[in-house]
Design a protein around this ligand. Structure first.
Ligand code: URA
Length: 433
């Protein structure tokens, strides 16, 4: 088999065979097929597309290019959740504890912040002492003992995706639905859960900016999951406005704790309840309405908050900051951003809100940069709210005095104030099964 012929077949619009796809993935991962030929194939895929079978087979090959985690030593149905990434998206910190409190084990591998979006692992590491890099056996033990553990990606998960993603990033071939879907799902399949809930974000802070594109991505991922024998459901949730009020690592943990105490922001609480209900549904806990009730009870009883504390304790974290969130280290500098006009907040460019928090130190400009856990933004006003000139729109937190002016300018540019109240945006647009 020759790589040249595979590139030509795809360039001419043919459907690739399983053997051809396996040849490419194995050869690229093993180093026998050079970057320039894979780049040409990626561009041919970008223009000619792949059908559902090609996409599922590519995903399977990428998943099997490294370790396949076997979660079977943990009893029960394991349900994973994946978010396509957003701003203020701290849902895993609330959903994991809710689902675990309802008796469904959560053994989850999460990622770090990427670009303008935050990552669960960075948020958890803002709890002093919290270890996200732990041995597999200890990870399994924690899930068996308390029902919940969230760690960073261990071992060699989908190395083919790692190499392919790096190449896509520099060859303008990231934004192809089949390639995105296979990239995300290869890692989810390798992570070993029985069922997968996908939280596909849509809007100005999401990877997919339009509802149509988000639904198309969700359908492609659900189809892969079903092809591979994993029950998969996707919710399309709003990321046209940052979720909740807090953007930034410890600020988001504090907001998650408030939500588990039953007094979180309404939008964030609702999205968490819908996601948690769907995870419980996938775990066979009943109809969606029954699962919703279980999720609400887990918050009201305090059991979900207890699960978060138990996980923190088991992973070396200082539980006292979760018992009294005032104990989190505070950013040395704060700055209030004032409204420049009277009116209604009619739009927030959510990607730029995320970038403003990165400027303050809450994210990384390049891989490996340190993070300032206490840096970030508290949005005091959001879309739909009326403001008067001089009202506080947001509070900035940082330890870098030079970042304040730039972050303030970005945030003010990201916020549109109009004379009329905008129509209310939905929180959940669709459920794809
Ligand atoms: N996230 C991924 O893991 N892969 C993509 O291709 C895009 C987003």
């Amino acid at each position: 088999m020759r790589m040249y012929d595979i590139i030509m077949d795809k360039r001419n619009g043919s459907v690739l065979t399983d053997e051809q796809i396996k040849f490419v993935v194995d050869g690229f991962t093993g180093g026998s097929i050079p970057d320039y030929q894979v780049s040409a194939l990626l561009m041919a895929i970008y223009f000619k597309g792949m059908n559902a079978h090609e996409t599922a087979y590519l995903t399977d090959c990428m998943a099997h290019s490294g370790d396949m985690i076997d979660l079977s030593p943990i009893p029960g149905i394991k349900v994973d959740k994946h978010s396509t990434g957003g701003v203020g998206d701290k849902t895993s910190l609330v959903i994991g504890p809710i689902v675990a409190a309802c008796g469904v084990p959560v053994a989850k591998m999460s990622g770090r912040g990427l670009g303008h979006t935050g990552g669960t692992i960075d948020k958890l590491e803002s709890i002093p002492g919290f270890q996200t890099s732990i041995e597999k056996e200890r990870f399994f033990d924690i899930v068996r003992e308390i029902g919940l553990s969230i760690i960073g990606q261990t071992g060699n998960i989908a190395p083919a995706d790692k190499k392919l993603y790096a190449l896509r990033d520099v060859t303008a071939t990231v934004d192809n639905i089949s390639l995105i879907a296979s990239s995300i799902m290869s890692k989810k399949l390798a992570a070993g859960s029985d069922a997968i809930l996908l939280d596909v974000k849509t809007g100005s802070g999401a990877f997919m900016k339009t509802l149509d594109a988000s639904i198309e991505l969700a359908q492609a991922m659900v189809s892969i999951g079903e092809h591979m024998g994993r029950k998969t459901v996707a919710l399309i949730t709003d990321m046209d406005i940052p979720l909740g009020h807090a953007i930034g690592n410890s600020l988001e943990v504090i907001e998650a704790v408030h939500t588990l105490q039953g007094h979180g922001p309404a939008d964030f609480t609702e999205v968490c309840l819908q996601l948690a209900s769907n995870m419980l549904y996938l775990a066979g806990k009943g109809e969606l309405s029954q699962c919703r009730k279980l999720a609400e009870d887990a918050i009201a009883s305090g059991h979900a908050l207890e699960k978060l504390k138990a996980m923190a304790d088991a992973q070396g974290g200082d539980v006292s900051v979760l018992e009294d969130t005032e104990k989190f280290a505070k950013a040395p500098l704060t700055h209030k951003v004032l409204s420049p006009a009277d009116g209604y907040i009619s739009h927030m460019d959510t990607e730029h809100c995320g970038i403003a928090s990165v400027v303050l130190g809450a994210g990384r400009a390049s891989k490996g940069d340190p993070i300032d856990y206490s840096a970030g933004i508290l949005l005091l006003k959001k879309v739909g709210e009326q403001v008067k000139k001089g009202n506080v729109l947001a509070e900035l937190f940082t330890s870098q005095v030079n970042s304040i002016a730039e972050a303030e300018r970005m945030l003010l540019q990201a916020i549109t104030i109009s004379d009329t109240k905008p129509p209310e945006e939905k929180l959940v647009y669709a459920r794809v099964t």
